[in-house]
Design a protein around this ligand. Structure first.
Ligand code: EPZ
Length: 422
């Protein structure tokens, strides 16, 4: 098992570039199964989750191979099995993205129910509601989602759930509908940039999808989807993570890439804390502000403040001037990082669905345990400013969503290294 050791106190300067977006690449890899011709993807991040998705697709009969550092070639012509096995799906919830393509291509699917994760239940009822609306007969047997469909017929539906729209369900149904007979209208759709990329990708294969980025998707089914060569967008959550690192421990850090339009609420919160940002062409520069003004943050579906950035902001606000409140309306239990930050001397009080962060002068290094992906990133960030050494263990969580984070932060001047756990 590996861990990351950080010696706090270094001043970060220079520039860093995020990898391709994990949460765009995963659905687009699954959508490749809709095609009957080879797909080439560029700017794909080298992450554990990408490898897991490749293994799922391999089991289904599609050939997935790296043709370059960040280039994937997917040949879906051999798609033959309709079963995504438990031992792979339990490793990564996003495996459920193969459900829509399997039903569309094979009219059958057997996908293990994804387990919950360390920050609470992750239901799939909206995915199933959409697949049923298209004519899929859905049943749950022995922990598996079973779907049979004579044919898929376009339908009108609303996929918003109790806690708002679902990115996963909107993606799965967009994919299934792209090969259905007739037109599908999805109201209450998620509006994330990843849906816009998925729409662009499906249309690059000859699909007819419109409306992504709004809450209403329209999909005109076609009989076949062709090959395509496509570039994955920059990971705006990874970029936001490095912007927070720069605000916490930087003198001046430039995060390069085309992501600022996707991070507006995060940039606004950073400015509200007193961090100075320069939003330029193809990069955002942040000037360090180690003791931020306390702010309140409430996560919301896109274009609101992303739940995937609240842990990182909590790490920053631990040394805030005053008390901040972070409320997560998407995942009310997504606060594993709070317990670990207390070990560094932070003063955080948990309440239902939220956390109150009373800023302290300084943090001191400790042994910490990573849990979910963004909580792990928050612990690394806190280690950058904690006095002495911070050891973050179980960093396989972080390798699921951050490519070589210790190298990227090291390039900025952080004293950080990955070692084998003794
Ligand atoms: C995606 O998960 C992301 N994962 C998550 O990022 C992100 O936190 C999440 O969206 C919210 O933005 C990927 O893109 C691979 P949802 P997803 O369906 O699709 C509820 C990371 O850190 N819901 O948009 O599973 C659900 O409980 C990961 O990279 C239902 O009620 O999220 C949640 O409250 C972690 N029924 C809300 O909707 C359903 O059928 C949003 O979930 C599906 C979801």
């Amino acid at each position: 098992m590996e861990k990351i050791i950080i010696v706090g106190g270094s001043v970060l300067r220079g520039k860093v570039r995020p990898s391709g977006s994990k949460n765009s690449a995963l659905p687009i890899m699954a959508a490749s199964l809709l095609s009957t011709e080879p797909i080439i993807l560029h700017h794909v991040p080298r992450l554990v989750d990408i490898e897991t998705m490749a293994q799922v697709m391999d089991v289904l009969g599609a050939k997935v191979e790296w043709t370059g550092d960040h280039d994937l070639r997917i040949d879906p012509v051999g798609l033959s099995s309709y079963e995504a096995p438990y031992d792979l799906v339990r490793r990564m919830r996003a495996s459920i993205y193969v459900l829509g393509p399997l039903v569309a291509r094979l009219k059958k699917a057997k996908v293990s129910l994804p387990g919950g994760c360390s920050f609470g239940p992750r239901p799939v009822d909206l995915h199933l509601k959409g697949i049923e609306a298209l004519g899929g007969k859905v049943s749950l047997e022995h922990g598996y989602i079973m779907v049979n469909a004579d044919e898929l017929v376009g339908a009108k539906m609303n996929l918003a759930g109790a806690s708002g729209p679902s990115r996963g369900a909107s993606s799965n149904v967009m994919m299934a509908a792209s090969l259905a007979e007739g037109v599908t209208v999805i109201n209450g759709a998620a509006q994330e940039p990843e849906l816009v990329q998925l729409q662009e990708f499906i249309n690059s294969m000859g699909g007819k999808v419109s409306g992504a980025g709004s809450d209403k998707l329209t999909v005109e089914g076609v009989s076949q989807l062709k090959g395509s060569e496509f570039e994955i967008m920059d990971d705006y959550i990874e970029a936001g993570t490095y912007l927070v690192a720069g605000a916490m421990a930087g003198e001046m850090v430039a995060v390069e890439g085309d992501f600022s339009a996707n991070l507006k609420p995060v940039l606004a919160s950073l400015e509200e804390t007193g961090a100075r940002l320069e939003v330029g062409e193809g990069k955002v520069t942040v000037h360090g502000n180690p003791r931020p003004t306390a702010v309140n943050i409430t996560t919301a579906p896109y274009p609101g403040f992303p739940t995937d950035m609240q842990a990182q902001m909590m790490a920053y606000l631990c040394r805030g001037r005053g008390s901040s409140v972070i409320r997560d309306t998407i995942y009310p239990d997504r606060f594993n990082h709070a317990q670990e930050l207390l070990r560094l001397g932070a003063d955080i009080v948990r309440e239902d669905g939220s956390a109150i962060i009373n800023g302290v002068e300084e943090l001191s290094g400790a042994y910490l345990m990573a849990s979910d992906l963004r909580a792990s990133a928050a612990l690394i960030l806190a280690g950058l400013v904690a006095r002495g050494e911070t050891h973050v263990r179980r960093i396989y969580h972080i390798d699921r969503g951050y490519e070589r984070i210790e190298e990227k932060l090291g390039q900025l001047g952080a004293e950080i290294r990955r070692v084998e756990e003794e």
